[in-house]
Design a protein around this ligand. Structure first.
Ligand SMILES: Nc1ncnc2c1ncn2[C@@H]1O[C@H](COP(=O)(O)OP(=O)(O)OP(=O)(O)O)[C@@H](O)[C@H]1O
Ligand code: NI
Length: 321
């Protein structure tokens, strides 16, 4: 069953078009990596799932269903219920997501409600030290604060956890530990994960499926190893081709020559066309409709012609970093 269903979602911030018709499905129990360069719309899509967008955001078209409920149409009480029962969020900056004026134990206690076992939930993220319960967020290291945030997000065993680069700000040793924690807690609870990330190798290792964003749309999605190992979209091929090198140097992905678009309205054609080595005339003027290539859903006019050629092209000079 589809737990999260995003259909043709259009989101604008004043003059910036952040989502330009994004589609995404997450089913029960699966882990989905959401990848793409900075500004491609990952955070906007993740936040839209809980209608947690900033005030300035406007939904133009499309819908978001969580457990079948239309998130943007719900009255406040049902929306609160949905967020509390079905969704969990963790963000990049754990300190900012915690209340600075409240001790950790008290915050977790609020989420758990009466009779909730605070030390049990802290124990699950290996923070059994009683001093943690009495600490204020700023007294914790980044890794500890993120574990508190994870304990809070997972305390209610949500159906879906949306994790927006929760390890990006952490040291590399802590990063692996925190990722392991999220994925094992979610597996135990049967929680699906939408994992927003720049770390392609980690997504390939951990996620069942991956969705690749470009210019506010999901341009390719499918089984993670298929999509990243045998891409059907030229953008995925470029991204996957340079990922290991980029990850090894600990830098954020900057894989494809040229700059990603900043849209101010609907893209006229394929947003990747100006950077695409395979673009034809129609790519500039016609918006690509989804096509199915093997196990992948792809937004590319040339996907069928290019089938089977992109995996080898990963080392070709025009698409590598
Ligand atoms: N609050 C905001 N106000 C105005 N524009 C915004 C706001 N948040 C995001 N944007 C713009 O919307 C587009 C999508 O941004 P978003 O943060 O969703 O991308 P992202 O893929 O999460 O990027 P990153 O990898 O850097 O986190 C970008 O052009 C960004 O500048
Ligand atoms: Ni983001």
């Amino acid at each position: 069953m589809s737990l999260l269903s995003v259909r043709n979602l259009v989101i604008d911030y004043a003059r910036t078009r952040a989502l330009d018709g994004a589609d995404l499905e997450v089913t029960q129990g699966e882990t989905v990596g959401l990848v793409g360069e900075s500004g491609s719309g990952k955070s906007t899509l993740g936040s839209a799932a809980g209608r947690l967008l900033p005030q300035s955001a406007r939904r133009g078209e499309g819908e978001v269903l969580v457990a079948g409920e239309p998130v943007f149409e719900l009255p406040a009480t049902r929306l609160r219920h949905l967020r509390r029962r079905h969704l969990g969020f963790v963000f990049q900056d754990p300190i900012a997501s915690l209340d600075p004026t409240m001790r950790v134990g008290a915050q977790l206690g609020l989420v758990l409600g009466r009779g909730g076992d605070v030390s049990f939930h802290l124990g699950r993220v290996r923070l059994d030290d009683p001093r943690v319960v009495r600490s204020y967020p700023h007294q914790l290291s980044g890794g500890m604060a993120q574990r508190v945030a994870i304990a809070m997000a997972m305390a209610t065993a949500p159906d879906l956890l949306i994790a927006d680069e929760p390890t990006a700000a952490l040291d590399s040793q802590v990063r692996e530990e925190v990722s392991n924690m999220v994925f094992s807690l979610a597996a135990e609870a049967g929680t699906s994960i939408l994992w927003l990330s720049h770390d392609l190798p980690a997504v390939a290792r951990r996620c069942d499926r991956v969705a690749v964003m470009y210019g506010g749309r999901v341009v390719e999605s499918g089984p993670a190893r298929q999509v990243l190992g045998n891409p059907a979209h030229p953008y995925t091929a470029a991204l996957a081709g340079s990922a290991p090198a980029a990850a090894a140097h600990g830098v954020r992905l900057e894989p494809v020559p040229g700059r990603p678009p900043v849209l101010t309205g609907p893209a006229e054609g394929c947003a990747f066309a100006p950077r695409c080595p395979f673009a034809e005339e129609r790519c500039e003027h016609e918006r690509p409709a989804p096509v199915r290539i093997r196990e992948q859903d792809v937004l590319c006019h040339r996907a069928a012609d290019l089938e089977g050629t992109l995996a080898q092209r990963r080392s070709a000079p025009e698409v590598s970093a």
